[in-house]
Design a binder for this molecule. Structure first.
Ligand code: NAP
Length: 496
């Protein structure tokens, strides 16, 4: 098999849903446009509603045209799409799907390679994978892979149950658990910045780093996801997966090789080294918030409890800030602060590495303040790196001024950063699981998160709503850092 142009059938369960429309079809199109898919592939959309192949194709066409803002001139790409209406519990329905896949293998010269992408509610995963096995869809001559969307469980126990179910039909190596943050260009860049630069790695430890801050803020509210979100909350929706994955990449030891297994094994060690938080310590390390009404981007918006499909007395958090300690030699004593929330001032994901001050500052006498050195990794929407340094203020004797060295990834002409889903789909087709989460990572993350969610579920937050929509979260999130002598670096920090 040519590994750069993998031949496969992609079966998307939930093909009429939001994820497929907004992310999956446009990503498959981009891969095709870039020549990463040859003509030897087919996509089978699976969902409940009855649709003909033709109706499905025009649905896919619309999704691609919406995302590219261009008309699809040819039918060649769209002709690779097929549709199968499925009742998830009917054996006959899987048998029909099996025959369709066999016909498509033949028609597109695909040697039995199959991706089963479950873009559906997780309660169906066990039933679907059991039927894929019992009806022989996984008994193929080529490879078979299962792609699973978040959330992977609701806590450690339910994640274990889900894992046991899917493992009956797929081995761990065949399971690709999506964390789309791992497909983002600058998240993937964390490893390169750390391990390819002689100037950072020697400083990347508790002797030189004062703290690390990770912020992932959204301006949107829950939109139409109220039903799901009200049972999930920011801790499960963002922290258990995306935020902890970024912590792991920032804190891991250099892997001995850049292979999937070596990288994952270093990440798992970080997650295992997270200082566990006991029930009675949650308040000391974590802050929860829920947005009230306010103004976002000049528009008045309602509070979380007034949103559609949300309990008017909801105790669900839409904001989390936390202090994580990694108890190992490299990081002992260095707080990793994380915060994430909905309806915040701005949409932004950023990492700020704050270095310790120089041992003796000669310039305090001549400057009012001297800024700490910061390395800022901009994940989204802007992508790049900024290094904050101090230099001499020109003209005036020996006064310092903060300066910035900036690298902007998506500012350079010609660099059109691929969407996370495009990269992850391509990785999956090539069998590269590095940027997907291994079960050990999922289990370690839930073990860390569970005590916090248990306390939050069982104690009503008396002060909810405790932050105004359009703000950077509750005051308590600032206090969390203040007690350690730090503060959150503003999103657009330009020097003190
Ligand atoms: P969605 O818009 O609600 O779509 C659900 C899909 O599942 C539809 O295609 C629906 O088909 C199908 N379906 C529902 N019940 C079915 C049944 N009994 N038999 C067969 N098909 C059935 O959901 P989504 O937003 O795309 O999300 C899908 C998954 O991705 C979820 O696990 C979600 O948590 C995850 N996810 C989504 C996003 C996102 O941006 N949307 C981001 C991250 C993760 P019919 O309409 O024909 O019934």
């Amino acid at each position: 098999m040519n590994n750069m142009n993998p031949k496969s059938l992609i079966v998307i369960f939930g093909a009429t849903g939001d994820l497929a429309k907004r992310k999956l079809f446009p990503s498959i199109y981009k891969l095709y446009q870039k020549g990463k898919l040859t003509e030897e592939f087919a996509v089978v959309g699976v969902a409940r509603r009855p649709l003909s192949h033709e109706e499905f194709r025009s649905y896919v066409r619309q999704s691609v045209e919406d995302s590219t803002s261009q008309e699809l001139k040819s039918d060649t790409f769209i002709s690779h799409f097929y549709y199968h209406s499925l009742d998830v519990t009917s054996t006959a329905s899987y048998q029909e799907l099996k025959s369709l896949l066999e016909r498509l293998d033949e028609a597109y010269n695909v040697p039995g390679n199959r991706i089963f992408y479950l873009a559906m509610a997780p309660e169906f995963f066990g039933t679907i994978t059991a039927h894929l096995k019992s009806e022989g869809l996984t008994a193929t001559n080529g490879w078979k892979r299962l792609v699973i969307e978040k959330p992977f469980g609701h806590d450690l126990k339910t994640a274990q149950q889900l894992n046991q179910e899917i493992r009956k039909a797929f081995s761990e190596k065949e399971i690709f658990r999506i964390d789309h943050y791992l497909g983002k260009e600058m998240v993937q860049n964390i490893e390169v910045i750390r391990f390819a630069n002689a100037i950072f790695e020697p400083l990347w430890n508790n002797r030189f780093i004062a703290n690390i801050q990770i912020t992932s803020s959204e301006t949107l509210g829950v939109e139409d996801r109220g039903r799901y979100y009200d049972h999930s909350g920011a801790l499960r929706d963002m922290v258990q997966n995306h935020m902890l994955q970024m912590v792991a990449l920032l804190a891991m030891e250099p892997p001995i090789k850049l292979t999937t297994d070596e990288i994952r094994s270093e990440k798992v060690k970080v997650l295992r080294a997270l200082r566990p938080i006991a029930h009675d310590e949650v308040e000391q390390y974590f802050v929860r918030g829920q947005y009230g009404k306010g103004i976002v981007k000049g528009k008045e918006v309602v509070g979380y409890r007034e949103e559609n499909n949300v309990d008017p007395n909801s105790n669900t958090e839409t904001f989390v800030a936390g202090k994580l300690m990694i108890d190992n030699f490299r990081w002992a004593g260095v707080p990793f602060y994380i915060r994430t929330g909905k309806r915040m001032t701005e949409k932004s994901t950023k990492i700020v590495v704050q270095f310790k001050d120089v041992p003796m500052n000669l310039y305090y006498r001549t400057s009012e303040t001297i800024s700490p050195n910061l390395l800022v990794i901009h994940i989204q929407p802007d992508e790049g790196i900024t290094l904050h340094l101090n230099a001499k203020k020109s003209g005036e004797t020996m006064k310092t001024t903060p300066i910035k060295l900036d690298y902007c990834n998506n500012c350079i002409d010609g660099i059109n950063t691929p969407e996370a889903y495009e990269k992850l789909l391509y990785d999956c087709m090539r069998g590269d699981a590095t940027n997907f989460t291994h079960w050990d990572e999922v289990a370690a993350s839930w073990s860390f998160i569970d005590p916090i969610s248990e306390v939050w579920e069982n104690t009503k937050a008396a002060d909810f709503p405790n932050y105004e929509a359009g703000s950077m979260g509750p005051k308590a999130a600032d206090e969390l850092l203040k007690k350690d002598g730090f503060y959150w670096w503003p999103i657009h920090y330009n020097g003190l």
